[in-house]
Design a protein around this ligand. Structure first.
Ligand code: NDP
Length: 691
């Protein structure tokens, strides 16, 4: 490997033939020769991989004793800022990754899915964490649960970080994305990571991890790399640790039977084989735009990354009467796919990752042919552009058509550019065929009929982690069948492994422990840093709107004076706003309203009057009111009722990138009988310091 195609690593030796591992704070290179890894396109040796002699116990201990405290000392927002910087650093180093990626057989477009897709995922998690997580180290889950009538005993679920390590065991097909989509949520959750890449593409993962380490942004112990066998690693893991595995069902099954998983409480997330389907709705004819969308989608999924994608379409479900049209359209498009060296601009599909993988795919095609006919392509021969068809792991796209009642297409996963057309006789039949995959990561339905969309999606959703419904309306913005997105869950039931990754902040929370805390409101306030109803309030001379974040404290409150809501107030508000709903304006009609029995004040009038009662009008640290959450009107306010409001600081979230932060205020409006009339949270932006 040339020095220019691989980043020099100041922490260790220049990466040479034998890939080093980064363990316990230093680079380790095995003493033996290692296993050779060949270029997918040329067959030349790229590097060797070995972990013989690696101190795995030292690495796990380093993660727990150095990584855990270092990450968990940071708030979610601080961790997010680090991720953003790491993602920027990786973006700057992208060219080197692209060069290495080409050696895995990937075209530029394939590499973009892996490299830009991975870096984009880190950016996305950084920004979601800043917007959706508190600037704290714990997360509240849901609302408090009243556990006693007097309000002195309350339940609250919280998420806390675990003192363990996240081990990721990755597949060969996404050497960059696989690392980053797993690392970002684990890091946000406070867990250090040990990356174990698939040997076949470990050289690209090595470059990415080395770049992340070289960025200097990550705390010590946050990220380690093990190139080579992970033998013995799981023996060292337990209850507070997590293994995220992506790869074959066979390896998943071995890992599931590991004593640390079976008896030791080790969490194992699996993303394994998946026989994903795309369904052409019965409403779609060859004249509809949906027909082309369907055909394009299938061809894209067969050819991007040469079909080596866990989300690729393996089963093409079409109405029996459309099969010939679909096969003819697919064949026409597939015939335009040029196969060869990704460095050649005319090439649309690169190589499979290795000759061994090509053998595996050919074997799978052979199995499929037991119950399917080959209708396009030749698994054993392909015209190759710009490379040797003997040395490179090339294979052209292959399309099969299943016989009636075929079982192999629902059981055999050809991990390459191979799909099988399967016909269905009714929507119910399509649903039952989709389910025969035994659980899939992703599925798609192409239809413009809302009734078909509902019936199919409700039928197949229990078998899928993600479903795309494609038609002429969403096609131009659609991200396609095969792209996992940071904000949507990735993972499927059954055969797909049963794991769940991504899905926005869900992915972070998966790494954390949810605990139900039962305590008094004061204790919960102390534990969570958020004010709970019933906890002590601090009412002082100084109005809390006069306090910047430097002096404002949880529990600071104002109890307002009372104000009478008159008939004139209600009539004026109705006239002024145009909200002349009869309950506010027509005494006779209002008297017949079973809930009110007479004229009542508008809810928004009550909230507006409450604002008038609690506001401190002069310029000060409160900069803006940016919303109201959880507004509920509980008791109608009648003419001449007296209302008052109590406003209490519930949560304070300083923004790391601004001179202000968010303050959430608990607002309770009561009437003269002390009954709650309205409850809500007022959201304000408050300066960090007094002007
Ligand atoms: P494997 O399951 O063999 O390997 C996946 C990862 O697991 C690699 O990092 C591998 O390391 C590691 N591994 C293998 N055995 C063990 C073990 N006993 N303990 C711990 N880690 C282990 O899958 P492959 O990458 O070889 O792909 C084989 C097939 O898997 C493909 O043909 C395809 O059918 C399927 N696959 C499915 C994917 C999906 O996302 N659904 C993705 C990729 C593959 P090492 O490389 O060093 O052996």
């Amino acid at each position: 490997m040339s020095a220019t195609s691989h980043p020099r690593n100041p922490r260790g030796s220049l990466v040479s033939e034998l890939l080093s591992s980064y363990l316990a704070g230093s680079w380790f290179t095995a003493a033996d020769e290692g296993r050779p890894v060949l270029d997918a396109v040329t067959g030349e040796e790229v590097c060797r991989v070995s972990a013989t002699g690696a101190d795995l116990a030292g690495a796990v201990d380093h993660a727990r004793s150095v990584g855990v405290p270092a990450i968990q000392a940071l708030t979610f927002h601080e961790r997010a800022a680090i991720l953003k910087n790491v993602a920027k650093h990786l973006t700057a180093a992208e060219d080197g990754f692209y060069e290495l990626s080409a050696r895995t057989g990937a075209t530029k477009r394939d590499s973009a899915v892996d490299i830009d897709g991975g870096i984009g995922t880190v950016f996305s998690f950084a920004s979601k964490a800043t917007r959706e997580l508190p600037n704290d180290t714990i997360v509240l889950d849901g609302k408090p649960e009243a556990l006693g009538k007097g309000g002195t005993f309350v339940g609250q679920h919280i998420y806390t970080s675990r003192p363990g390590v996240a081990v990721q065991i990755n597949a060969f097909n996404f050497p960059t994305w696989g690392v980053l989509e797993k690392f970002a949520p684990a890091f946000l959750a406070g867990r250090p990571t040990i990356v174990k890449p698939a040997t076949q593409t470990a050289y690209l993962t090595h470059a990415v991890v080395a770049s992340m380490l070289d960025s200097g942004f990550l705390p010590d112990g946050a990220l380690q790399l093990l190139c080579g066998s992970a033998d013995g690693l799981l023996d060292l893991l337990g209850t507070q640790d997590h293994v995220a595995f992506t790869g074959s069902a066979a390896t998943a099954s071995t890992l599931r039977q590991h004593p640390s998983v079976v008896h030791g409480g080790l969490e194992l997330g699996v993303e394994a084989d998946s026989l994903n389907c795309s369904i052409l709705g019965p409403d779609v004819t060859p004249d509809d735009p949906e027909f082309d969308l369907f055909v394009k989608g299938v061809v894209t999924e067969m050819t991007v990354k040469a079909g080596q994608k866990c989300t690729a379409i393996r089963r093409v479900l079409v109405p029996t009467e459309r099969a010939d049209d679909v096969i003819s359209a697919l064949s026409q498009r597939l015939s335009k796919i040029t196969v060869g060296n990704p460095a050649d601009d005319t090439v649309r599909m690169g190589a499979l990752v290795s000759l061994d993988q090509r053998d595996e795919v050919r074997k799978s095609v052979q199995s499929l042919r037991a119950s399917s006919d080959l209708v396009f392509g030749d698994p054993d021969h392909v015209t190759v552009v710009g490379a040797s068809a003997v040395d490179g792991a090339f294979m052209g796209p292959v399309l099969l058509r299943a016989h009636e009642g075929a079982t192999e297409p629902h059981e055999v996963e050809p991990f390459g550019p191979v799909s099988t057309v399967i016909t269905y006789s009714s929507v119910a039949d399509a649903i039952s065929l989709a389910a025969k995959g035994g659980g899939s990561l992703a599925g798609s339905l192409v239809t413009h009929d809302p009734a078909v969309a509902r019936e199919v999606i409700l039928g197949v959703a229990p078998w899928h982690g993600r479903l795309l419904v494609l038609d002429r309306n969403d096609a131009s913005e659609s991200t396609g069948h095969g792209s996992p997105l940071p904000s949507l869950v990735h993972g499927g039931p059954g055969r797909a492994g049963g794991g769940e990754e991504l899905g926005g902040i869900r992915a972070v929370l998966h790494h954390m422990q949810r605990t139900a805390i039962q305590a008094s409101p004061d204790a919960l306030t102390a534990i969570t840093g958020s004010w709970f109803t019933g906890a002590e309030r601090t009412v002082s001379e100084q109005h809390p709107f006069r306090k910047s974040l430097a002096t404002l404290r949880i529990g600071d409150a104002i109890v307002s004076d009372r104000r009478t809501v008159t008939g004139e107030d209600i009539a004026h508000f109705a006239e002024f706003t145009g909200d002349t709903f009869y309950a506010h304006t027509d005494p006779e009609a209002a008297a017949k309203n079973p809930l009110f029995g007479g004229i009542v004040a508008h809810g928004y009038l009550v909230v507006s009057l409450a604002a008038g009662l609690f506001v401190e009008p002069n310029p000060g640290p409160v900069l803006a009111n940016f919303g109201v959450d959880n507004l509920r009107f509980l008791t109608p306010v009648k003419v001449d009722d007296d209302i008052a409001v109590t406003l209490t600081v519930k949560a304070i979230t300083p923004r790391s990138s601004a001179d202000y932060g968010e303050v959430r205020w608990d607002a309770v409006v009561t009437n003269q009988h002390d009954e709650p009339v309205a409850t809500y949270d007022v959201l304000t932006l408050v300066a960090k310091e007094d002007a």
